[in-house]
Design a protein around this ligand. Structure first.
Ligand code: PEP
Ligand code: MN
Length: 443
């Protein structure tokens, strides 16, 4: 995929949630520059993830997708990225070992810099400014200068994604991600929580199994590396179009910005520019489905984004909320199945369960998150379909953003509330979720 031509997507449909860039000429210079830079991911890698997601769609594998709600430029540090990777690998091991199912691992990483917003502006103490739309667009600080969209940030998005991906690639193939290190991944974290102790026991078991296999003469390169993919919401069409590349092997267009792209709840208009743009690339895609999503819409995505009905091309990430998932999901799953559309079903138990605490912090209850996961599993079990995976917002840091799970109370939220957007599970809560989900998978 060496050609760096900017693919013409011929797209004149309305594009929701795009920034009001103040300087079109500068935006043009930036996107022209981006279109000359190398793609961040390769066509073959995207094809491989599509195959892996095909196994999920067929019911043969589970997918774990997770990371920050919004990555930040300041958050591109080795410690922060390693913390997220180790957390995801630990969760994947818990699921693989606990439920004996292959787990496809995808980060919400290396590109998750743009946010859709419910309100275009934010008002504080009588002052109204543009809403924060992610570091790719403007700054989080509540000043006119910070909140002014700046297209040069798109270049920093590319550089930050490249730096993150470089570490992801080194981490996943450099030996440390091998199962022999399963215990080490836990080291820098607080381990005196119930989930931390449970993990130590599981790592002991894995160690014993590996030693047994070695003693029997079984060795496999596969145990020394991990296959890890990256994904983000394909929101900013100026950026996504500039990073679209044509694969010279096949002539197909690919998003070069990440392996999997998803279309968010606020931009999934069937006649909108996002669906039209991503219909033209070959990457595996996901669409978020909120409580208002209809079966006709779901069938519209299947027809528009996956006309050849390829397993792995299309994933539905359901985010209905704990209260609604049991009512709203069955009809969608049944009608999609009746139409013969092959998709992977994934549960995002975060976005339907957000509320504002009395302190003003946006938060989520761990109990609601687990309840939505359970509802999602129950619906699929009742219908005989495959609950294909989890999509979560998490960090390896010891933050206090979601309440419950271990020891985070509503009164604790201010202690380490660090997210630039939505509240994330901390390391212990993430592990706890993985253990509970593994139990539900086995049930
Ligand atoms: C998100 O994933 O951070 C997000 C904004 O989700 P949704 O589009 O489902 O609201
Ligand atoms: Mn979010």
């Amino acid at each position: 995929m060496t050609e760096s031509r900017r693919a013409d997507t011929g797209n004149s449909r309305p594009a929701a949630q795009q920034p009001a860039w103040p300087d079109p000429e500068l935006l043009g210079e930036v996107t022209a520059g981006l279109s000359r830079l190398p793609e961040l991911v390769f066509a073959e890698e995207c094809d491989r993830l599509r195959e892996r997601m095909g196994a999920v769609a067929r019911g043969e594998a589970f997918v774990l997708q997770g990371g920050d709600c919004a990555e930040t430029f300041a958050g591109v540090t080795a410690d922060a990225i390693n913390g997220k990777l180790r957390t995801l690998l630990q969760m994947a091991v818990v699921l693989t070992y606990g439920a004996s199912v292959p787990v496809v691992k995808i980060g919400r990483l290396a590109g998750q810099y743009a946010k859709p917003r419910s309100q275009p502006t934010e008002t504080r103490d009588g002052v109204t400014l543009p809403a924060y739309r992610g570091d790719a667009v403007n700054g989080l600080g509540f000043t006119p200068a910070e909140r002014r969209p700046d297209p040069r940030r798109l270049l920093r998005m590319y550089e930050s994604s490249a730096a993150t991906l470089n570490l992801v690639r080194a981490f996943s193939t450099g030996g440390y991600a091998g199962l022999h290190h399963a215990r080490d991944w836990n080291r820098a974290f607080v381990t005196d929580s119930p989930a931390g102790r449970r993990y130590e026991e599981l790592a002991d078991d894995i160690d014993r199994s590996l030693r047994f296999m070695e003693a029997c003469g079984v060795t496999s390169q596969q145990l020394h590396a991990v296959e890890f993919f990256v994904s983000h919401e394909g929101l900013l069409l100026d950026y996504e179009k500039a990073l679209t590349r044509t694969d010279p092997r096949t002539g197909y267009a690919y998003a070069g910005s990440g392996h999997m792209l998803w279309i968010g709840e606020r931009t999934r208009d069937l006649d909108g520019a996002h669906v039209a743009h991503f219909a033209r690339v070959r990457n595996p895609l996901a669409v978020k489905l909120g409580p208002g999503a209809t079966a006709d819409e779901a069938l519209g995505y299947a027809a528009g984004l996956n006309p050849r009905n390829e397993p792995g091309r299309l994933t539905f990430v359901v985010r209905m909320g704990a209260e609604r998932v049991r009512d709203r999901l069955p009809e969608l799953v049944e009608k999609v199945r009746a139409a013969g559309a092959v998709v992977a079903w994934v549960c995002d138990p975060m976005h339907g369960n957000t509320f504002v605490a009395p302190s003003g912090h946006k938060t989520r209850r761990f109990g609601d998150i687990m309840d939505e996961v359970q509802g999602f599993f129950q619906v699929h079990r009742a219908l005989g379909t495959h609950a294909g995976g989890l999509h979560v917002e998490l960090t390896g840091d010891d933050v206090t953003e979601c309440v419950g799970g271990d020891d985070v109370l509503v009164e604790d939220l201010h202690r380490r509330y660090e997210t630039a957007c939505d509240p994330r599970l901390n390391h212990r809560q993430s592990l706890e979720l993985a253990f509970r989900a593994a139990e539900m998978l086995l049930d």
